[in-house]
Design a protein around this ligand. Structure first.
Ligand code: S3P
Length: 430
């Protein structure tokens, strides 16, 4: 049974300090790299969310020894050649990252496996990954010529490719890089726009030699990874909900600690600055192999802005909450070049526009984004999450400024990326 939730906050202000939980992208990769590497990998700050637990579950089915103790994870592996052929189907849940990166990892292994995900994953495009992998020699069998899951992977020897990415996608880039690690020759990938670079950074952290020259990435196959210690920074995509809440809820001031500040992910901070938000950043040095720090935000007078081009991959997951932000800004906000939103956990252009309209927002969908005119006083309503965690959290933050209560149809989906979202929210609502 999917449980709905009533969100009834009577004109709150937000005050306090939150430690942002681990980054979803980095948590997935810490387990994947730990399983590929030889030796012991210890992870600190791991995000125990539904998506990341799907990744752990897949590797356990492959025989990798993984123990989880809160935010600490320990992975013991003898490398990819020591994995077992799984007797069960590998279930990737709602996780695009698990599904696409596992395809890249398993393609060059010496085992057969079957990957399947939930209803949303079964609709999401896999051709963007399976095409380049097939070019490398991968044997993939699935619906519509392996464009859709379930997909069977018959591990096979792979050859390096030179690949120009048709879409800005870190999942595609990462799947190719993970396949390239065991392939014969040097793989060269060129991006049109830089997508998040957690895979490149983690490859280096696990001892691989990888060269990154602007938008071109080169990786020589046949390199072995060595187990190591990983500190996962907090997820800026989770922090984004509180960054926006702090800026739009009257009389608020929030301090967010442990925020990952990898420059390929900080588009939300650029947008907040551009829109006039009062926001300050203090970097923590040398805590992780990725940048992190503390971000403070206060209630702000906001103005509309234009968001497009190479900023989009740097904030793709934040667009639902940025749309809510824009409803409280003076003037027009235009979001363009964001067609990718249509193939996320749900069609996020339609979902955001439909749901914010229900609250009285002045918002229209365009072919590649949306246009929002503000500021608008929002009222309550019954909102649909489409089973999408980020739509659920956008609705919850919206309810902090609505004149009457909001209900969401599915509270549980939020655990995909932020299981303690409501607990943390309740500590700062005054
Ligand atoms: C992710 C990459 C992004 C992002 C997703 C996580 C990753 O997708 O939307 O939530 O971990 O690599 P793209 O593959 O479209 O960049």
């Amino acid at each position: 049974m999917v449980a709905s939730k009533l969100l009834d906050y009577a004109q709150p202000s937000l005050q306090g300090t939150l430690r942002i939980p681990g980054d979803k992208s980095v948590s997935h990769r810490s387990v994947m790299f730990g399983a590929i590497a030889k030796g012991i990998t210890t992870v600190e700050g791991f995000l125990q969310s539904d998506d990341c637990l799907s990744t752990i579950d897949c590797f356990k089915k492959l025989g990798v020894e993984i123990s989880v103790d809160g935010e600490s994870v320990r992975i013991t592996s003898d490398g990819i050649d020591a994995w077992n052929e799984p007797s069960e189907i590998l279930y990737t849940g709602n996780s695009g990252t698990t599904t696409r990166l596992m395809l890249g990892i398993l393609a060059g292994s010496s085992i057969s496996s079957v990957l399947i995900g939930d209803e949303s994953i079964q609709k999401r495009p896999m051709k963007r990954v399976t095409d380049p992998l097939k070019e490398m020699g991968a044997k993939l069998i699935g619906r519509a010529n392996a464009q859709l899951t379930p997909i069977t992977v018959e591990g096979a020897p792979l050859k390096a490719i030179q690949y120009e990415m048709p879409v800005a996608s870190a999942q595609v880039k990462s799947a190719i890089l993970l396949a390239a690690l065991g392939a014969e020759g040097e793989t060269i990938i060129t991006e049109k726009e830089t997508s998040r670079d957690h895979t490149e950074k983690m490859l280096q952290h696990f001892g691989a030699n990888i060269s990154v020259d602007d938008k071109t990435i080169s990786l020589l196959g046949g390199q072995a990874l060595k187990g190591t210690h990983v500190v996962v920074p907090g997820d800026i995509s989770s922090a984004a909900f509180f960054l926006v809440a702090g800026a739009i809820v009257p009389h608020s001031k929030l301090i967010l600690q442990n925020v990952g500040l990898n420059p390929t992910r900080t588009g939300i901070i650029d947008v907040l600055h551009e829109m006039g938000a009062t926001i300050t950043i203090e970097l923590d040095s040398n805590k992780s192999h990725e940048e992190m720090g503390t971000v403070q935000v206060e209630t702000s007078n906001l103005v509309g802005t234009e968001i497009g081009g190479d900023l989009i991959p740097r904030l793709i997951d934040e667009i639902p909450i940025i749309a809510l932000l824009a409803t409280q800004a003076k003037g027009k906000t235009i979001i363009r070049d964001a067609e990718e939103l249509k193939v996320k956990e749900t069609n996020r252009i339609d979902a955001v526009v439909n749901e914010l309209k229900k609250l009285g927002a002045n918002i229209i969908a365009t072919n590649d984004g949306m246009v929002i005119e503000g500021p608008t006083a929002l009222h309550g309503g019954d909102l649909h999450t489409y089973g999408d965690h980020r739509i659920g959290m956008m609705a919850a933050i919206a309810s902090l400024i609505t004149s009457s209560p909001v209900t969401i149809d599915n509270e549980a989906c939020i655990a995909v990326s932020y299981p303690n979202f409501f607990d943390q929210l309740s500590t700062v609502v005054k």
